[in-house]
Write a protein that binds this ligand. Structure first.
Ligand code: AOF
Ligand code: ZN
Length: 362
């Protein structure tokens, strides 16, 4: 099962919007005879890859056990049901970590296997299996993506210099690590302020990838410049506005952007509705790289699940522990009103520190 997990991990950037799944097939004599993981969208699932691997090795799968990190599917989607493939191959026992939260599957895979006389065991490493596909579980269960907010700060908690310069607070390795997190996301989200100030590409280029995440821009008044560099990357660009200004919209659509209007009562983009819309567009993990205002709005509305923070050993401000922009802190007057998070991990990335903190209860 651990091998199946490491195989699944290899698919974390290629599989989305599908969950990354790993499968290992073990013969009755205990030999590992086949393994595989989910391929790109529309391609074979993990189980089919593992069965093909066994066939390629000339091994018989009759009476074998399949270890899978997710319930084998029972539905006809972009590919045929894995359950049927396992049964046809003579698999006698399936050990799966967790049920597939996809309502099209949700237990029907296990039922179908049992009905065909296959012994089914569910549960080993269930927590880890959910962790492996946080975004997919979020989209299926909550109908919104898993939202991860990325930020980089100096050791005194500053995200920018007084003159607004904010690039390269952290080192090269931390930047590449940031790109590895971008690569597993279904979409990257930013605000129009960042687009205008930094003219960023917001793509994956410091690590290898076969898939560029979509780019989402929160842009109430359609101020994205049609000549922004972000349009130069071949990937969907989704702009969310509060209202449609026809001339501006047409200029952006000519650049390939898809524009949607989702206004809240204040005439700004409705961020909760935006997340629901992204789930409909099959975004599992949403990677946020935005300025303090949009970050603050997402946090205050309870829409952020996790913070990915790179901390550089540099002192760039005039004091310790005071945010560079106090007005972005929101209306808190007492510390016990603060949003509680839990540290999940901390790791040295070159000279910098990477901290993953998760909102309590997520
Ligand atoms: C599996 N093994 O490796 C994966 C599964 O459109 P399709 O046919 O590719 O089906 C996508 C659904 O299949 C996806 O939403 C999820 O429920 C399941 N993913 N199932 O048996 C796999 N990746
Ligand atoms: Zn399947």
């Amino acid at each position: 099962m651990l091998l199946a997990f490491s195989l699944a991990q290899e698919a974390s950037t290629t599989a989305p919007p599908n969950p990354a799944v790993g499968c290992v097939i073990v013969a009755p004599d205990g030999r590992m005879i086949g393994s595989g993981h989910t391929q790109r969208t529309g391609g074979p699932h993990a189980e089919v890859m593992a069965l093909r691997d066994a066939a390629a090795r000339g091994a018989s799968t009759a009476g074998a056990t399949a270890f899978v990190t997710l319930e084998p599917c029972a539905h006809h989607g972009r590919t045929g049901p894995c359950c049927d493939a396992l049964v046809e191959a003579g698999i006698r026992r399936v050990v799966a970590s967790i049920a597939d939260p996809n309502p099209k599957v949700a237990g029907q895979g296990f039922e179908r296997l049992r009905a065909a006389g296959v012994e089914v065991e569910v549960g080993p490493l269930a927590m880890e299996a959910r962790e492996l596909n946080l975004g997919f579980f979020s989209r299926m269960v909550r109908q919104i993506p898993w939202v991860r907010l990325k930020a980089a700060a100096s050791i005194d908690g500053k995200t920018a210099l007084e003159n607004g310069t904010s690039q390269w607070i952290t080192g090269e390795r931390a930047r590449a690590d940031g790109h590895a997190w971008r690569a597993r996301a279904g979409a990257i989200l930013t605000g129009v302020g960042t687009v205008i100030e930094d003219d960023p590409r917001l793509d994956v280029r410091l690590v290898e990838t076969v898939r560029q995440p979509s780019l989402v821009i929160v842009d109430s008044r359609l101020q994205t410049p049609p000549d922004a560099r972000l349009f130069e990357i071949g990937r969907p660009v989704w702009i969310y506005a509060a209202a449609r200004d026809e001339a501006k919209a047409l200029a952006l659509e000519a650049r390939g952007a898809t524009i949607s209007c989702l206004a809240n009562a204040d005439g700004k983009v409705d961020l909760a509705a935006l997340l629901a819309d992204l789930a409909r567009r099959e975004v599992n993990e949403l990677h946020v790289e935005a300025g303090h205002k949009l970050n603050g709005s997402l946090m205050r509305e309870g829409l952020v699940d996790e913070i990915l923070l790179y901390l550089a050993p540099k002192f760039i401000g005039d004091g310790l522990g005071i945010a560079s922009r106090p007005h972005a802190g929101g209306p808190l007057t007492a510390l016990d009103e603060a949003l509680a998070l839990e540290f999940r991990s901390f790791e040295a990335i070159g000279p910098d520190l990477r901290i993953v903190a998760r909102v309590a209860g997520r």
